[in-house]
Design a protein around this ligand. Structure first.
Ligand code: UDX
Length: 435
């Protein structure tokens, strides 16, 4: 099939390359000429395991092209809208500028029978509004909402073999469903479940899923607060409750909490939309989820002060990991970067290292100090803070680190280390939610 992908950021670039690997012909469109130039050269403009190889292979087939001109989407049967819906400045609501602009600029190039597929995370009600606009301006063209659930770091795998497909389609949605079934034929044949539903349900599935995940993380972090005042251990508690299959152990890792470009902004936008709909009480608990999440960052800063005798002023603090999670170069709403910046504001000499995130972190916080290696970051450190659990930091040997630091104090912000190993090596080990 001929497809277009509008918006070649994280979601769109991965989607375009994956669709080519499924045998389709794809044109990727983006307004940013630098991004298009990089992608056309087969270079991924961000770090994502597996994507560079997939992109190069896709370019080699001759079935993937990129353009800044939306007119090049003409001729494709299915058009995926993959643009961002960031948090509006000064508000919790989602900014729909890019979604609206994409659809408006696409409409003149649509033909009857074409299908526009929204993949962006949008406030419930957006799809119905856009469907009406498309129907008024290009009779016969259709809209479906097909939310994306990909995780950074696993984006290729999540796109090619997702847990499920969700299609939000209009009342007589058989033509739209048939087109999407053709696009995803390979995964469907392998048994991936698909749920065909209305627009509002499809839109809500996405924000409900992200709200549930955020709630699960904040739940265990709330338990961590209890563990801290009772001397209990949140990792053992998570193991124990996680063995109940109804609860499950995944997403029960207590620590610095969630960040990134999705969970924080999505739960806030959900609250804002529910408020507009007069249903704010239904999601009032998300305010608490957000508040618990923010408190973890404050607690980490407090712990750093505590182990430094009440103040970090003039202290050398090594920060290991600055991205919002491992296997990503993304620092959007990163708990690690936030903690590092707060410590610097309190007068600490913060030395930050990260395998992939330094360039992005420097763009946001140019005044902070970034170094390439753990050895440089920890040289003369009064405390070492593990804030993003990259594999290489989980595997650190305390005996090696001992050679660099001035004080053997480690704060494990992600409960990623074995306290027994670090204590046996003479370190003072502190963590969030465990003794
Ligand atoms: C998330 C959703 O998982 C994905 O389905 C959706 O499409 C986009 O948002 P992502 O933002 O890539 O994906 O990251 P995710 O792996 O969900 O992690 C989010 C944050 O939660 C990270 O900061 C991570 O460190 C934190 N987290 C995750 C925890 O603190 N504890 C956990 O147990 C799991």
């Amino acid at each position: 099939m001929q497809l277009s992908v509008i918006g070649c950021g994280y979601l769109g670039a991965v989607h375009a390359a994956c669709m080519v690997s499924l045998g389709h012909e794809v044109v990727g469109i983006d307004v940013d000429p630098d991004k298009i130039k990089a992608l056309a050269n087969g270079d991924a403009p961000f770090f994502e395991p597996g994507l560079p190889e997939l992109l190069r292979t896709a370019m080699g087939t001759g079935r993937l092209s990129f353009s800044t001109d939306i007119a090049d989407a003409h001729g494709a049967q299915v058009h995926f809208v993959c643009v961002g819906t960031p948090q509006k400045a000064g508000s919790n609501a989602a900014d729909l500028t890019y979604v609206d602009a994409s659809v408006t600029s696409l409409i003149p190039h649509l033909r009857a029978g074409d299908l526009v597929v929204g993949k962006s995370t949008v406030p419930v009600g957006t799809a119905a509004r856009l469907a009406a606009q498309i129907a008024a301006e290009t009779p016969g063209a259709m809209l479906a909402w097909n939310p994306e659930f990909l995780r950074e770091g696993y984006a290729v795998q999540d796109t090619l073999t997702p847990d499920r497909f969700v299609y939000g389609v209009p009342e007589d949605g058989s033509a739209a469903t048939a087109l999407l079934d053709t696009v995803y034929a390979q995964a469907l044949a392998a048994g991936t479940p698909r749920i065909v539903t209305d627009y509002a349900t499809a839109e809500l599935v996405k924000v409900a899923a992200n709200s549930f995940l955020a709630t699960k993380i904040s739940f265990i972090n709330a338990m961590a607060e209890l563990c801290e005042v009772t001397g209990a251990d949140v990792t053992e508690l998570a193991d124990a409750i996680g063995l109940d299959e109804r609860i499950g152990r995944r997403f029960l890792n207590a620590g610095l909490g969630f960040g990134g470009g999705c969970l924080p902004k999505d739960i806030r936008a959900f609250m804002a939309r529910a408020d507009e709909l007069g249903a704010d009480q239904a999601v009032g608990f998300l305010r608490e989820v957000d508040a618990i999440n923010t408190r973890r960052r404050v607690r980490m800063v407090d712990l750093a002060r505590e182990v430094n005798g009440g103040s970090v002023e003039g202290k050398r603090i090594a920060v290991l990991g600055v991205t919002f999670k491992p296997n990503s170069d993304d620092v959007r709403d990163s708990p690690a970067l936030d903690v590092a910046a707060q410590l610097a504001r309190l007068g600490a000499h913060v030395m930050i290292t990260d395998p992939e995130g330094i360039d992005n972190a420097r763009r946001r916080h140019p005044h902070l100090t970034y170094v390439s290696t753990v050895a440089e970051a920890t040289a003369g450190a009064d405390a070492v803070l593990l804030l993003t659990e990259w594999r290489e930091y989980r595997d650190l040997d305390p005996a090696v680190l001992t050679k660099f630091v001035s004080s053997r104090t480690i704060l494990d912000g992600r409960n990623a280390l074995d306290p027994a190993v670090w204590r046996a090596a003479g370190w003072s080990y502190r963590a969030l939610g465990r003794q």
